[in-house]
Design a protein around this ligand. Structure first.
Ligand code: FAD
Ligand code: NAD
Length: 520
């Protein structure tokens, strides 16, 4: 059954109001949802006012289009007429107007780098920015196909003082194998730090070093087999990727460099990279939440670090829609090892299906064997937050439980100093509680773990805790096991829940370092 449309969308309690970067969304008028926008873009209406022509836009021209009813914005060199989109923008018209008549790339990246504006705004495309000055001569030299060994490293921006030392790479071969070695020059590198894909003859290895990304991206000169191995020598930060040749010939070069190859760039400046994953299984967990299992292609090495999320992408009525989801373990009880085995190819998700939602009903309609695009991981949770940890408190509401799954598994297995883990799990009704019996079994099995359920709309039979997050609930729950024990509190759920929780935690004198909120 569809939701009866409210006067304002999203409804005040709707998770649609969750904006990345912690920004609140504004109420949209009736008939101005994302689905309505998609319908308008498919209607054949001329949204740019240019009758389908694409033009070159000079800076002077761009500046002239700075009013609500005539608003052009440049994102990554492409100019869009966003006036028709104003009323559909979840962040509101004023937010869009901040970039009117100018380059909005930075503003866009700050708020929602992952939104696929190219697809959403394709009918609003006015054209490209006109090139201002001639491209330096050596630029084309750089981009030429390289015949010998590729350069080992390129200088990164000398102004970026905080950037790590630039990694370098090398390659060598035997009759049947090609080995690419990345020297990260960092010690805290592990198998989670490198994401490798071989798609359409292109080889791509992205190494995440702190907030930076070092990319090896090559159009290979010869074919390779789909599977390869990835090894990391942690104490020297060396990554070895062994590719299998399809033919035993000697390669004279590795291939030609592709975009951003051999560069270390801030992660926030890189686009999201996707690979197609196959739906392997889908199991009911509650009346509206399912456990989805996706399989990575054999030509991908990707492990999602604890506390991080990925973006799933589906094409819905011709428009690419992207939403974030947090991978979980397949169960709280069976898988007690993290990181997963290097050859693990499965990613699990607990996903609530919203009948009137845009993305989740579509996801739910996928058949086993269908494909979904999955991005590389993102997120700012750091495993170092667990160092010397004694008390771990988890505050989760609804599907805000998802980041807690791997955190829970990891903490109970890998933190020797840990004394206590407590989860306070907020739901509307008993039927909404995800993995209730597994949680109860885990609490029974491991005496360090306690669980407390709090319901906001219980039936009269419920004799447990009730209500919303509150000072009384938190002060009783957040008791340190020792006077000065080292504490971490993780909080995740609907934005109003998380925001209120953070305020209450500060009121209870927990410091910023003791709180990790999952908001983006
Ligand atoms: P939306 O279209 O966004 O709709 C959401 C709500 O609005 C629904 O209640 C819907 O009924 C209502 N609504 C829709 N249209 C209207 C209308 N016209 N009028 C009134 N109401 C309307 N979710 C998970 O389940 N699992 C996860 O692991 C997970 N991880 C996440 C990680 C991060 C970092 C973030 C930010 C979010 C995460 N989410 C997760 C939430 C997820 O990204 C989506 O927001 C969620 O799945 C809803 O998507 P949707 O497109 O189906 O719904
Ligand atoms: P829900 O509507 O079922 O609510 C669950 C509980 O949250 C309620 O019982 C209540 O205790 C609390 N709650 C809800 N609205 C509240 C409000 N306005 N004020 C105070 N408390 C409130 O939740 P759901 O439909 O499962 O939604 C889960 C939310 O978690 C979504 O918004 C999703 O985007 C978010 N989420 C975020 C991440 C992340 O990493 N950032 C991960 C997973 C889910």
């Amino acid at each position: 059954m569809l939701n009866v449309p409210s006067q304002s969308f999203p409804a005040p309690s709707s998770q649609q109001r969750v904006a990345s970067g912690g920004r609140s969304k504004v109420p949209l008028k009736q008939g101005r949802s994302l689905m309505d926008w998609i319908r308008l873009t498919k209607s054949g209406k001329d949204l740019t006012g240019l009758k389908g022509r694409l033009i070159e836009v000079t800076e002077e021209e761009l500046k002239k289009h700075n009013k609500k009813d005539d608003c052009w914005i440049c994102i990554r060199g492409f100019v869009y007429n966003v006036s028709p989109y104003m009323e559909y923008h979840p962040g509101g018209e004023d937010e869009l107007m901040r970039a009117a008549g100018s380059d909005g790339t930075d503003l866009f990246d700050q708020v929602h780098r992952w939104v696929n504006y190219e697809s959403m705004l394709k009918e609003c495309l006015v054209g490209r920015m006109a090139v201002k000055s001639a491209v330096p001569k050596d630029y084309h030299e750089e981009k030429k196909v390289l015949n010998g060994m590729l350069p080992k490293s390129q200088p990164t921006n000398p102004l970026a003082k905080e950037s790590p030392v630039s990694p370098s790479y090398d390659w060598f071969q035997t009759d049947s194998l090609v080995t690419i070695v990345i020297y990260t020059k960092q010690k805290d590198i592990n198998l989670d730090s490198v994401i490798v894909d071989y798609q359409d003859d292109s080889f791509r290895a992205e190494t995440i070093i702190k907030d930076y990304s070092y990319l090896i991206y090559i159009g290979l000169s010869h074919e390779i087999q789909e599977d390869f191995s990835v090894q990391v020598v942690e104490n020297v930060g060396k990554i070895e990727i062994v590719l299998k040749k399809t033919e035993n010939t000697s390669w004279t070069c590795l291939g030609h460099p592709l975009e951003n190859h051999n560069l270390l760039i801030p992660k926030k400046d890189t686009g999201l990279y996707y690979r197609k994953c196959q739906l392997i299984s889908k199991e009911d967990v509650t009346h509206d939440t399912k456990l989805f299992c996706l399989m990575l292609p054999p030509s991908t090495h990707l492990q999602v670090p604890i506390g991080q999320h990925v973006y799933l992408k589906l094409t819905i009525t011709g428009t690419e829609i992207v939403k974030p989801y947090t991978p979980v373990s397949n169960s709280l009880l069976s898988e007690f090892k993290e990181p997963v085995l290097p050859n693990n190819k499965y990613i699990y998700f607990l996903i609530k299906i919203y009948p009137a939602g845009l993305f989740t009903p579509e996801l739910d309609h996928l058949q086993i064997g269908d494909f979904v695009s999955v991005s590389s991981p993102e997120g700012n949770f750091k495993i170092s937050q667990f160092q010397e940890l004694e008390d771990l408190f988890l505050l989760a509401a609804g599907t805000g439980f998802t980041p807690m799954v791997k955190i829970l598994n990891y903490a109970l297995t890998n933190i020797p100093t840990l004394r206590k883990v407590k989860l306070m799990f907020f739901n509307k009704t008993e039927d909404d509680i995800i993995w209730r019996s597994q949680l109860e079994k885990l609490a029974f099995k491991d005496k360090r773990f306690d669980i407390e359920f709090v319901l906001s709309a219980p039936t009269s039979e419920w004799n447990g805790k009730q209500g919303h997050i509150s000072p009384a609930l938190l002060s009783e729950f957040l008791k340190r096991s020792l006077d000065k024990s080292k504490v971490l509190i993780c909080i995740c759920g609907p934005m109003p829940f998380t925001e209120q929780g953070i305020r209450l935690l500060h009121d209870l004198n927990f410091s910023k370092d003791e709180i990790h909120s999952f908001t983006t």
